[in-house]
Design a protein around this ligand. Structure first.
Ligand code: FRU
Length: 529
């Protein structure tokens, strides 16, 4: 941008700023001014089409709801540092799940405590009587965490509270009788309340995490809560967090099952933290899991606290969610300077019955196609040595749609590799014989910031018995989200090379790999308009 344009831009901003000074708060003006800055969001490692806060620390997605054309996303936020601290709810919104607008902080700590994770619902029928049916209140449920109580080891320092908004989610009023669920049993880990409407019993159901289990509560009005039941897995002593509960129709049927998502604080399949789920029935009081089987929503290391949006319009009908794209093992020390952490891409969930067992399939929302620009097509090819894929795309700001013919592939392993001129690389490999996929970020940087981040090749079981294998992959500077066979398996990983990856190749070992076709889309950034 030349100097004159900059001055013109600055004057324009000043005029716009003065015009709106009366009706918008100062923080929002700051955000807007910053958003119009040409160098916005170009730092090293900064994702270009994932949600990231402008600056400072972010963890879990919170309080997600859709209302009047906007999907709102709140998030655990510490505005004073790039490491975790007293939590606020940061706020942003999007009309298309692709382009985000930063908004002023939604919830601040108060005399009861700081604001931990939770959800939000649109109280359309005004059951809470906090609004009116013409102006339905939005009710946020969250945990008040009291650091003083924590230090004094009172054990009841986490309580559930609510806040409501009468302007569609921008200004929030804390309910004067908080907490609405006190911690009478003195459970040290007692948090992350999320609410869903249960049509059959005409009441709201709140699910929260209580150490190694979840607890369900019911309410007619979102204010008065009655304990209903616990759900746990015998012998599982891991810490559960950020639960979510919602009904889903099984694809191709009229049958409904309930999905219970819980995030697990340790010993996830590839180490550290991850999001898991159970499928079952919920009768308004209790949740019964099919075979008590815990499954993984994402096999990678970097999708935690995944939860869904409330109030997505019925004529849309999708179940949409998002996760925090990091892992507590190393989230606070990843080498980003101005901000820490991104969200995953927004995803659509589908419930399928596969061989008499229920599975959640996740796919990136179709709105992401808005970002596609040039596409490069590769026709069928059989390769028995590394083959660079060249075209009009930047390998780490691109979407890959690859179909392999597994039957015709003789290689022991095959896959795709991203690398830079410094010899740093990240790769994904499939092993037909083992029925496994491997994601290797061990050599993704020569400047290793943590041992745990680089200590192992990650893997997931994957069926490679079919004729073909579909690999849908999004690369965004420092992250890779993989969706295999229409989202049957997804795998999210972050990495931080010391220099951007510029080369992408098909790789194989001991034999040839047969690629049926590939289409690679160059993706525009979602921030610099
Ligand atoms: C999960 C979590 C939640 C808690 C929040 C605090 O990542 O530990 O259980 O509410 O983060 O920031």
């Amino acid at each position: 941008m030349n100097f004159d344009v900059k001055i013109f831009g600055a004057i324009l901003l000043l005029v716009i700023g003065l015009l709106f000074a009366g009706c918008e708060n100062k923080q929002l003006q700051e955000v807007k001014k910053h958003t119009m800055d040409g160098d916005y969001y170009n730092e090293m490692h900064r994702p270009q089409f994932h949600f990231t806060p402008e600056a400072n620390w972010m963890n879990d997605p919170n309080g997600m709801f859709y209302y009047e054309g906007k999907y709102h996303l709140f998030y655990q936020y510490y505005p004073d540092s790039t490491v975790w601290g007293p939590m606020h709810w940061g706020h942003s919104q999007t009309e298309d799940l692709v382009h985000w607008e930063h908004l002023p902080i939604g919830l601040y700590p108060d005399s009861i405590g700081c604001i931990f994770s939770g959800g939000a619902v649109v109280d359309t029928e005004n059951t809470s009587k906090l609004g009116s049916t013409g102006q339905p209140p939005i009710i946020a449920t969250f945990t008040h965490h009291d650091f003083v109580g924590e230090k004094a080891k009172t054990n009841d320092f986490q309580k559930q509270s609510i806040a409501y908004s009468l302007d569609g989610g921008y200004e929030w009023i804390k309910y004067k009788e908080n907490p609405v669920i006190p911690n009478t049993e003195k459970i040290k880990d007692f948090r992350d309340p999320k609410v869903v409407w249960h049509e059959a019993s005409k009441k709201w159901i709140l699910v929260l995490a209580a150490y190694d289990r979840v607890k369900f509560y019911g309410s007619p009005n979102l204010l008065d809560w009655e304990f209903l039941s616990d759900f746990a897995i015998q012998g599982d002593q891991r810490l559960w967090e950020c639960p979510d509960l919602f009904p889903m129709t099984i694809e191709g049927t009229n049958e409904t099952k309930w999905v219970l998502i819980v995030s697990i604080q340790k010993q996830a399949p590839n180490g550290g933290t991850a999001s898991s789920y159970f499928i079952g029935d919920f009768n308004g009081t209790e949740f019964q899991a099919e075979k008590k089987k815990q499954k993984w929503l994402d096999w990678g290391t970097d999708n935690y606290a995944f939860v869904t949006w409330n109030n997505v319009p019925k004529d849309d009908g999708r179940i949409l969610g998002i996760g925090w794209m990091s892992n507590w093992q190393y989230a606070q020390i990843v080498p980003t300077e101005k901000w820490r952490s991104a969200m995953t891409l927004p995803r659509e969930l589908k419930l399928l019955n596969v061989n008499a067992d229920y599975h959640l399939f996740s796919t990136p929302v179709e709105e992401l196609q808005l970002l596609r620009s040039d596409s490069t097509v590769f026709e069928q090819m059989s390769i028995s040595e590394e083959k660079e894929l060249k075209g009009s795309f930047d390998p780490v700001q691109a979407e890959f749609d690859l179909r392999f013919n597994v039957e015709k592939t003789t290689a022991k392993t095959f896959g795709i590799q991203f690398e830079n001129e410094r010899g740093e690389y990240f790769n994904i490999q499939f092993n037909k014989e083992e029925g496994k996929m491997y994601v290797n970020r061990m050599h993704s940087s020569n400047n290793k910031f943590s041992d745990e981040f680089y200590d192992a090749i990650h893997s997931a079981p994957i069926s490679l018995d079919n004729e073909s294998l579909d690999v849908h992959l999004f690369m965004d500077v420092s992250s890779c989200e993989l969706f295999i066979n229409e989202g049957a398996i997804c795998f999210t990983s972050i990495f931080f090379p010391s220099k951007r990856f510029t080369k992408v190749s098909l790789i194989q070992e001991n034999g040839s790999v047969d690629l049926s076709e590939a289409r690679i889309y160059s993706l525009q950034g979602a921030w610099n308009k």
